[in-house]
Design a protein around this ligand. Structure first.
Ligand SMILES: Nc1ncnc2c1ncn2[C@@H]1O[C@H](COP(=O)(O)OP(=O)(O)OP(=O)(O)O)[C@@H](O)[C@H]1O
Length: 547
């Protein structure tokens, strides 16, 4: 029993130990279970966390995927760009290679140019020195030119003064006498030219040196049957024999053309009976040797104007040509188709400028002597047509050709002397007067006595008015009359027209034309007496129209 007891005790103690162990095991299991629950919770948490993290990672991955896709897209674009850039770079490389080549060439050229520039600079330096020398020389020459111009200027002023003094000494009214040769047309058809001597008046020219005298002689029978010799001596500034040429006559006149360029008014009259050679003297023939005073004076005026250009003068030349018939003015340069000039022409004097104008009259700007020849031709044809209509009207009218020359000193400009601005205006009147014969000349066909008497009265009136004006000026010049004494310019159209060219401020020349025929002796004597009166007149000092 005891052994049983022992065994039961032992079994009890074992059972206790095992119960203890079981409760420990149970406690342990509980703790493990608790731990397990904790772990499970923890696991659950972790699972949740991981799930969340996985989700986030998945989202991240998707985002990255998207980004990767986008990056791929970008990459594609960039690759495309890159490819293009590569092509560009390739092209640029080629260009660069070419440019490099070009640059090399250019560099070589540049080098060559540089060498050239250096050479040119050296040459330029040499030239600059030369230019400096030349400039200095030029300056000296310019100074010399200015000095010379000044001298020319002073010389020109002096020349004009002296020229005028010479003409003043010769007298501001001068008279020339010209006897024309006998013409075949002077002889009746039955008389041969060899017998011309018989028709000639006895005219002598005793002064072979100065050509200033003319002597007319006549022999007649007195009532007692005695031979009566008469002799008339006349003296003029110059007498031209029948053989004298147009050139010789113009030589004496040419100075007047110079005067009119210098700013003086000049009047040249041709006086004498019909057929004595007035038109021949003034207008002359068609060729150079027979050209009269008008074309020669015109040519001279243009020539002198051209010469004066080098002295700084510039001229404007204008021309007009009119006819005074029966005290009315007709425009000879009119382009009107009507033969008769129906316009009313009035003479106007501007007291301020001393300029005379005729209203409604053609005034042509003149540029060359040849242009003047054409104008003279036009005037002549107008006159000749009128002449056939009116019977030798040209002999019964006064014609006045006027050249107006206005000059201004503009200087020769540039480096040389500037102009003085001095202006001057001169007028050249060339007047072919109507025939001075008396009324007893035979009337031409188609002219009534009344018409001829009217014409003759008009001519006599204007020629005597011309004589009166010249006489009045002479009296003034000689101090007979008061300075302001009346000069009857208004008594005829001719003297009124020429008022400013016949006063003390002008130069006048009368060319007395004489017929060489004995039949015209009495007319010649009358003309010579008139011309002598004119010759004895002195007009006051000529005044230049200068401003
Ligand atoms: N010096 C001269 N030499 C040659 N012929 C001349 C000379 N003078 C005039 N004659 C001639 O005499 C003729 C008459 O001359 P002109 O016609 O010039 O005279 P006029 O006085 O003008 O006459 P009118 O008053 O009729 O016009 C013309 O045939 C002209 O050619």
């Amino acid at each position: 029993m005891a052994s049983e007891r022992n065994k039961v005790s032992e079994l009890q103690s074992n059972h206790l130990a095992l119960s203890r162990q079981l409760s420990d095991a149970k406690a342990q299991e509980l703790s493990h279970r608790r731990e397990l629950v904790n772990f499970t919770d923890e696991l659950e948490d972790m699972r949740k966390k991981y799930k969340k993290e996985v989700m986030e990672l998945e989202m991240e991955v998707r985002k990255k995927d998207r980004e990767a896709r986008e990056a791929n897209e970008d990459l594609k674009v960039v690759r495309g760009d890159l490819d293009r850039e590569r092509v560009t770079v390739e092209t640029l490389r080629t260009t660069l290679a070419t440019q490099s080549q070009t640059q090399l060439t250019l560099s070589a050229e540049n080098e060559a140019f540089r060498a050239q520039v250096t050479a040119l600079q050296r040459a330029l330096a040499t030239k600059n020195t030369e230019v400096e020398d030349l400039k200095q020389m030029l300056e000296e020459k310019e100074k010399a030119v200015v000095e010379m111009k000044k001298e020319v200027f002073e010389g020109e002023t002096l020349r004009r003064k002296l020229h005028n003094q010479i003409l003043e000494l010769k007298g501001n009214i001068r008279v020339f006498c010209r006897v024309r040769p006998v013409l075949s047309s002077d002889l009746p058809p039955s008389v041969p030219m060899e017998d011309a001597e018989k028709l000639k008046a006895r005219i002598a020219f005793p002064d072979k040196k100065e050509h200033k005298e003319i002597v007319l002689c006549s022999t007649s029978e007195s009532a007692m049957g005695m031979e009566r010799k008469e002799q008339w001596n006349f003296g003029f500034d110059r007498v031209f024999e029948p053989e004298s040429t147009q050139r010789e006559v113009f030589e004496e006149i040419s100075q007047l053309a110079q005067s009119c360029i210098d700013g003086y008014n000049v009047c040249i009259f041709a006086y004498g009976q019909t057929g004595s050679g007035k038109s021949f003297t003034m207008e002359g023939g068609q060729n150079d040797s027979t050209a009269g005073m008008i074309p020669r004076a015109v040519e001279q005026v243009f020539r002198v104007a051209e010469e004066m250009r080098s002295k700084g003068w510039e001229y404007k030349i204008e021309g007009q040509f009119l006819e005074i018939y029966n005290e009315s003015i007709h425009d000879l340069l009119s382009t009107s188709t009507s033969l008769e000039d129906k316009k009313k022409h009035e003479i106007k004097h501007d007291p301020k400028t001393g300029r005379t104008t005729v209203t409604e009259l053609t005034v042509m700007p003149l540029h060359s002597p040849s242009q003047v020849k054409v104008l003279l031709g036009r005037a002549q044809s107008r006159r000749s047509v009128a002449a056939t209509l009116m019977n030798e009207r040209s002999s019964r009218s006064h014609s006045v050709f006027t050249l107006r020359i206005s000059g201004v000193n503009v200087g020769t400009g540039g480096l040389t002397l500037g102009g003085t601005g001095e202006t001057c205006e001169g007028c050249l009147n060339l007047v072919d007067l109507a025939g001075s014969e008396r009324l007893n000349v035979s009337f031409g066909p188609g002219v009534t006595e009344k018409e001829r008497v009217r014409e003759t009265q008009a001519i006599n009136k204007s020629l005597s008015a011309l004589g009166d004006v010249i006489a009045a000026l002479g009296e003034r010049g000689a101090g007979v009359k008061e300075k302001e004494g009346h000069v009857p310019y208004r008594n005829s159209k001719l003297t009124y027209l020429l008022q400013n060219s016949l006063s003390g401020s002008s130069k006048t020349l009368m060319v007395l034309n004489l017929s060489p025929l004995a039949a015209h002796l009495n007319e010649s004597l009358t003309s010579l007496r008139f011309a002598t009166k004119v010759n004895n007149t002195t007009i006051g000092t000529a005044r230049k129209r200068v401003s």
